[in-house]
Design a protein around this ligand. Structure first.
Ligand code: AP5
Ligand code: MG
Length: 392
């Protein structure tokens, strides 16, 4: 999960940046200020209790905040999936910093970065008085702004020490343009994302257990399982010329042009941003596609973290595929020895170049594919754990 927080005095631009970050990274937005204002508007118990405190510019009690956040997070998680959370205006006290640790722990996650937007008080005041013309906020008056800035300096700013110690504090020059501030933040988030995303390629001959293992890994690590054959089958159902061409090629068991494969993979990745990474099966199939995959990942600010190559002796592959040929799960080529030979040969023709390509970048892990599915799965996850440890 990608969880970040925006910190800074009133008027620093937290809300402004939050709107753009939420869209770019597909995050759930949690603004304690907005939540409190909603409670006031709806006239709830919490709303009535905090109305006056906010109008004065003071801080609402930690207890009230934790109750509100718990409720909100529970509700949000039942709704649409997202990649993580963006916290705006929270935590504001030491107690709240610990509360956030606990809330995230409950979700088996943690805060990746806390961005502190640094803006001098006089600039904040000027901005907020500007915003007052349109905001309709009870606390956007000169006297209350002064109190809010004082509260920030006394109670909230010291919380920065907590995050400095944790090593995840990122100071940002908040006096730059909105775009300038956004650039500073996204550069750091993109870099951190590269480290935490787990993007895996599973290689191996037909019958080596790629699909079985890749699907299990996808479930365990919350990754998107990307099977290019499935993606292309979807393209083949489209009623346009390209769809018809792909359908024909697939029927003849011929390779689909790389441009179409790339577009299908990129389209899928861009429209499904909410998981912890990707796991590819059946891609790359050629050396050209190995280059393409690295290029594609770079374009979207990602990288392939590791390649798992499942090794199974050829005789055993035959045994497995012929056995599958006699079951309901048979693929068309499993049924005749000729089909199996053709598949294994095609794999052997391309595999050395692909392995050589990935070997050079030291991301290749060879995994013994013999044994029960559980045994193989354990070997594979041992490699992934190691990759994740190194990434941190
Ligand atoms: P909250 O709603 O969080 O308000 P705040 O912290 O005072 O911050 P603001 O929303 O006023 O400013 P912002 O940093 O979001 O700036 P914005 O992007 O709008 O909290 C309100 C109250 O609720 C608190 O006082 C407290 O009582 C209570 N509360 C909330 N959370 C709490 C908690 N966790 N614990 C206890 N109490 C809590 O930008 C401001 C203006 O500047 C805009 O007009 C914008 O267009 C402009 N601007 C933004 N960026 C730039 C830029 N780079 N250059 C030029 N102009 C810019
Ligand atoms: Mg705000």
């Amino acid at each position: 999960m990608l969880n970040i927080a925006l910190f800074g005095p009133p008027g620093a631009g937290k809300g402004t940046q939050a709107a753009r970050l939420v869209e770019r990274y597909h995050l759930h937005y949690v603004s304690s200020g907005d939540l409190l204002r909603e409670e006031i508007q709806e006239g709830t118990d919490i709303g009535r209790a905090v109305q006056e405190i906010i109008a004065r510019g003071g801080l609402v009690s930690d207890e009230m905040i934790v109750r509100l956040l718990e409720k909100t997070i529970r509700k949000i998680r039942e709704q649409t999936p997202a990649r993580g959370f963006l916290f705006d205006g929270f935590p504001r006290t030491f107690v709240q910093a610990y509360i956030l640790e606990g809330l995230l722990l409950k979700m088996h996650s943690s805060l990746m970065n806390l961005f502190s937007l640094e803006v001098p008080p006089e600039v904040c005041t000027e901005r907020l008085l500007g915003r007052a013309q349109v905001s309709g906020r009870s606390d956007d008056t000169r006297e209350v702004i002064e109190v809010r800035l004082r509260e920030y300096a006394e109670k909230t700013a010291p919380v920065l020490g907590f995050y400095q110690e944790k090593g995840i504090l990122v100071p940002v020059d908040g006096t730059r343009s909105v775009d300038g501030v956004f650039d500073q933040i996204t550069r750091v988030v993109d870099e951190s994302l590269r480290k935490v995303q787990l993007n895996v390629v599973v290689l191996g001959a037909p019958g080596s257990g790629r699909s079985t293992q890749a699907k299990r890994i996808a479930a365990q690590y919350n990754l998107h399982y990307i099977n290019t054959t499935d993606l292309l089958r979807e393209v083949a159902t489209r009623p346009d010329a390209q769809g018809r061409m792909v359908a024909e090629l697939m029927e003849q068991d011929a390779l689909v042009p790389d441009e179409i494969v790339i577009r299908a993979v990129e389209g899928y990745i861009r429209s499904h941003p909410e998981k912890n990474g990707l796991i590819f099966k059946g891609f790359p199939r050629t050396l050209v596609q190995a280059y393409i995959l690295d290029g594609l990942m770079r374009k979207i600010g990602q990288r392939v973290s590791c390649i798992l190559d499942l090794r199974v002796p050829t005789l055993e592959l035959f045994r497995r595929l012929s056995a599958r040929g006699a079951t309901q799960r048979a693929l068309p080529y499993d049924r005749a020895t000729e089909g199996i030979v053709r598949r294994i040969e095609a794999h052997e023709r391309h595999a050395p170049d692909i392995l050589n390509y990935f070997q050079r970048s030291r991301r290749l892990h060879v995994v013994d594919g013999l044994g029960t599915p559980d045994e193989v799965f354990q070997r594979m996850t041992a490699h992934l754990e190691e990759v994740q440890r190194h990434a941190r």
